[in-house]
Design a protein around this ligand. Structure first.
Ligand code: SF4
Ligand code: SF4
Length: 151
C-alpha cells in the first residue's frame, strides 16, 4: 500500500488543506469503530509518546513520585529535546491485557495518537504514512480514502 499512499499524498500537494481534512474527518471515527485498541497496543509496545511538562507533573503526582524521580526513572530527552520513554514497550502498559495502567492520567500524545482527528492533516502526512505500518486504524483510513478517490 506504500506506493499508492505516496502517490495520493503527492497529489494532495495541490489540494486545499480542508479537502484533505475532510477525508480524515469522514474516516477516523469509522476506522476506530472497527478497531479494538485492546487487541493491538502496537503504539504502546513500539513507540514512545512525547511527555509534556504538564503530563509529567500529573503522572508523577498520580504515582506519588517527585517529578525528578519520575523523570530519571522513566524518561530521557530525544534528539529534538523532547521527553520520551527510556524503553519500549511502555512501562505503563499491562502486557497481558494491553491495558494502560495510567489511562486516566496518560500523556496528551497518547490521547491524540494517531493524530488523524485534527485539522491541517497536510502538515503531518509523512508521519501519517509511517503510522499506516504501525496502526491498523490508520491503515484502514487510508485504504478507505484510496478506494474513495480511485472510485
Ligand atoms: S496502534 Fe492504533 S489501533 Fe493499535 S492500539 Fe495504537 S491507536 Fe489503537
Ligand atoms: S502511557 Fe498508556 S496509552 Fe500511553 S504509551 Fe503508555 S500504556 Fe500506552
Amino acid at each position: 500500500m506504500r506506493k499508492p499512499i505516496q502517490r495520493l499524498f503527492q497529489q494532495w500537494k495541490k489540494s486545499h488543506p480542508s479537502e484533505i481534512d475532510g477525508h480524515f474527518e469522514r474516516e477516523h471515527d469509522r476506522a476506530f469503530e472497527q478497531t479494538d485498541c485492546l487487541e493491538c497496543a502496537n503504539c504502546c509496545r513500539t513507540t514512545s509518546p512525547i511527555f509534556k511538562e504538564r503530563d509529567i507533573v500529573r503522572i508523577a503526582k498520580h504515582l506519588q513520585m517527585s517529578v525528578g524521580h519520575f523523570s530519571s526513572k522513566y524518561l530521557k530527552r530525544d534528539e529534538e529535546g523532547d521527553w520520551v520513554l527510556q524503553w519500549a514497550p511502555c512501562p505503563f502498559l499491562e502486557l497481558e491485557t494491553n491495558a494502560c495502567t495510567i489511562y486516566a492520567e496518560r500523556p496528551q500524545a497518547c490521547r491524540d495518537f494517531p493524530h488523524t482527528d485534527r485539522k491541517n492533516m497536510h502538515q503531518i502526512l509523512r508521519i501519517t504514512e509511517q503510522n499506516t505500518h504501525l496502526c491498523p486504524a490508520v491503515s484502514k483510513m487510508l485504504q478507505s480514502i484510496l478506494a474513495e478517490v480511485n472510485d
